[in-house]
Design a protein around this ligand. Structure first.
Ligand code: C2E
Ligand code: CA
Ligand code: CA
Length: 718
């Protein structure tokens, strides 16, 4: 059977369950009723025949009796010849035989038997009596005896008795036939009523069974339908399908096949949903903290912008940038950094602030969207500030990692929005810029977005674009600032980069170097500086008045940490032919922090080439002594901030003296930068500083100018 056929049967079953038995029952009932009717008809016909016969032979016997009496009379009067009388009598005798037979036959009829068994016998006996006397009368007549009349009388008496009896019997029979007819009719209608009752009962049972079967089929179909609906509803979780499991455990049938198909479909759907869930999690959630990532946060922000516009309220985008996270990550290792980020995310989530959504949008950057703060901008700003301060307080509890307690702080930038023209990307940009500014001003800073920040940001973006172009188009030049010894004689110079911007003119390195460091552009720029400085050394080497000059080159942390940095220096030296011992690399403490061992190893490799090292901006960083001992340095450079106010600030004096003493103790050359006045020079000289650099001797100028200045007599010594 095809599946469609069996499914049709499935639906037809309840209908067939009623129709087929109903047809069979109807047929049986009709046959039974017909048989009953036929039986009744047969009895009635037989009864009627009995009655007709009764009437018949009474009439015939009457006729015969009359003929006999006449024949006997005629024979007595000798009107009949012997032969005639004999033939007459033979005829009568024959007729009587016939009637006798009929009476005998009648006596066996059901009707008479039903009336009373004796009746048949009585009828037969009275006829036989009558016949006996007739025979006797006939015999007497034949013998011409005188007693014919007596016998005839006797016969007549019997005849009358017989007739009376037959009449009574006839009446009784008629009555009885009538009763039997009624009985048969009654029995027939009773049979029909019983049949109808039985049929109705049976059909009711069948109808109940059919309703039950329909209900069961319906229930299974509903189960199947519900399962299909559940499978098609992607928003609802997939149910267990326990009913479908039960259906699939049936021995056979279409429902088993459908249930098995649904179960396998459910399995596939489950796997698909799990895969989709994983993809969704990967796409929208941060794997480390399980917080929404920037993509999901952007969607949340869009939603928030829309809803704030509808409710005419202000929301806030709060951008969090963990202070100094990079240093921790570098110094304690990435696993510690990861666990710290998880701790931070747990703390932030635990704040559980109503109407806010938290996400992680970058390495150490988190974002919080606060919805519907207030319809008044100032009040909304107040509320956002409260939220931001709560976040900052949550950071103040020390964090434990690597078995030590570390304090952290966070810089926060806040942008308010109310859905009037803002877009997601710019809001992110503004808050980020505000957080960066907050960080610049002080750790644990909080700053609201300001349109000026935006202008700054745009200028920065533009500058970055120009910087890339500057590298391509070689818009950089080097200027040189002499470094002198205690007698004021030039012993070398520091190479300082200048950017000749086609529109802006000279751009200060203080503006573009941090940007170059941030964007990584410092690597190609630093490489260019290195090569240009080497070329300058080679140019100086040709002239004996300048051949002794050393050249200090600033190297950024990012540049120094490039894996091929040592090779690139070696290459620059080899390509130019510059003498390595005249090249001095100026590092800052940020180069060393986090990678002390690696930095030391790298410095040793470079020192092996003959290169020397100076520690720039010395005194501005931290933990100086710890690594100072270990680093293969040649020189430390006292930061200009300590020199600037040397005479006004006793602290600066103490620092300068300490640095010089430390340099002496460690056998390091000490140079002071930012020497602007004779007084600076004198003070430093008095305290045995070894070398000097500053406007007092020479501003950063092109190489030719610097050399000319260095050939001039030194300024007034201290
Ligand atoms: P720095 O290495 O500390 O350079 C010294 C800065 O102090 C220079 O500023 C210089 O012009 C200035 N200066 C020198 N003498 C005096 C003085 O007597 N008084 C005052 N007020 N300032 C003085 P500049 O050239 O603007 O450079 C700023 C910073 O830019 C440098 O600080 C350095 O960190 C960075 N930089 C400059 N050139 C390069 C470079 O080629 N590569 C890298 N990586 N950084 C560079
Ligand atoms: Ca420097
Ligand atoms: Ca410096």
């Amino acid at each position: 059977m095809k599946p469609t056929q069996s499914l049709i049967m499935f639906f037809l079953l309840p209908v067939l369950m009623i129709i087929i038995p109903a047809l069979i029952l109807g047929g049986l009932a009709l046959t039974l009723a017909r048989e009953k009717a036929l039986e009744s008809h047969r009895i009635q016909s037989a009864d009627l025949a009995t009655l007709v016969e009764m009437a018949n032979f009474e009439r015939r016997l009457g006729g015969l009796h009359e003929s006999l009496v006449q024949a006997l009379d005629e024979s007595r009067d000798n009107q009949l010849s012997k032969l005639d009388r004999y033939s007459e009598y033979s005829y009568i005798d024959q007729q009587l035989d016939e009637i006798g037979e009929r009476i005998e036959h009648l006596s066996t009829s059901g009707l008479i038997d039903d009336l009373h068994a004796d009746n048949a016998e009585t009828l037969l006996l009275s006829f036989q009596e009558y016949r006996r006397f007739i025979d006797m009368a006939n015999e007497a007549a034949t013998l011409n005896q005188n007693n014919v009349g007596d016998f005839l009388q006797e016969a007549e008496a019997n005849f009358n008795r017989f007739i009376i009896f037959t009449q009574r019997t006839f009446e009784a029979l008629t009555e009885r036939a009538n009763q039997r007819h009624q009985q048969s009719f009654h029995s027939l209608s009773q049979s029909i009523a019983t049949l109808v009752l039985l049929g109705v009962g049976l059909l009711s049972i069948l109808a109940i069974a059919a309703v039950f079967a329909s209900w069961r089929i319906n229930r299974r179909l509903v189960t199947v339908g519900d399962a299909i609906l559940a499978l098609s509803n992607t928003r609802q979780e997939l149910p267990e399908f326990a009913d479908i499991q039960r259906l699939s455990q049936r021995r056979d049938g279409q429902l088993k096949r459908i249930a098995s198909a649904l179960l396998s479909f459910r399995k596939t759907e489950q796997q698909r949903r799990e895969a989709e869930f994983k993809v969704h999690r990967l796409a929208y959630y941060d794997t480390l903290t399980q917080l929404p990532n920037w993509r999901l946060m952007k969607e949340h922000l869009q939603h928030s912008i829309d809803s704030n516009q509808q409710t005419n309220t202000f929301g806030a985008l709060i951008y969090l940038d963990v202070d100094d996270f990079k240093r921790i990550n570098d110094s304690c290792g990435h696993p510690a950094g990861d666990s710290l980020l998880q701790d931070i995310s747990r703390r932030l989530s635990a704040l559980d602030m109503d109407g806010t959504t938290l996400g992680r949008v970058g390495g150490d950057e988190f974002v919080l969207i606060a919805d519907g703060l207030s319809s008044d901008e100032l009040k909304a700003a107040d509320k956002a500030e409260v939220v931001a301060e709560r976040i900052q307080r949550s950071f103040s509890e020390p964090y434990m990692f690597n078995d030590k307690a570390h304090s952290l702080s966070v810089s926060i930038g806040v942008t308010l929005f109310n859905g009037t023209g803002e877009n997601v990307d710019s809001l992110f940009q503004y808050s980020n810029a505000a957080a960066n500014l907050a960080k610049l001003s002080s750790p644990n800073g909080l700053r609201f977005y300001d349109p000026a920040v935006q202008a700054e940001l745009e200028a920065k973006t533009e500058l970055e674009r120009d910087l890339r172009l500057a590298i391509e188009q070689q818009q950089f030049v080097l200027v040189y600032q002499t470094q002198v010894d205690s007698t004021g004689k030039a012993v070398g110079a520091e190479a300082l980069i200048r950017w000749q911007h086609p529109q802006l003119g000279f751009v200060s390195p203080g503006t573009f170097i941090p940007l170059a460091e941030e964007t990584g552009l410092i690597v190609p720029i630093g490489q260019w500086v290195l090569e240009a400085a080497c070329d300058q050394l080679v140019a100086w080497a040709d002239d004996e008045t300048t051949a002794h000059l050393t050249l200090a080159v600033n190297v950024s942390a990012k540049q120094f940490q490039q894996p091929d940095f040592v090779d690139s220096v070696r290459c620059a030296l080899a390509k130019s032919g510059a003498l390595p011992h005249l090249l001095k690399l100026e590092l800052t403490e940020s180069t060393v922090i986090g990678n002390v061992d690696d930095t030391i190893a790298r410095m040793h490799q470079l020192k092996a080439l003959g290169i020397t090292f100076a520690m720039d901006d010395f005194g501005t960083g931290y933990s100086s002594l710890q690594y100072l001992k270990r680093l293969p340095l040649d020189q430390i450079k006292i930061d200009q901030s300590f020199v600037r106010d040397l005479h006004q600030n006793p602290d600066d004096m103490a620092i300068v003296q300490t640095i010089i003493a430390m340099g002496h103790a460690l056998g390091l050359n000490v140079i002071a930068e930012g020497v602007e006045t004779q007084a600076h020079w004198r003070y430093l000289n008095d305290h045995q500083c070894h070398a000097y650099q500053g406007y007092y001797f020479c501003k950063p100028v092109p190489a030719i100018e610097m050399v000319q200045r260095s050939l001039e007599p030194p300024p007034m010594p201290a």
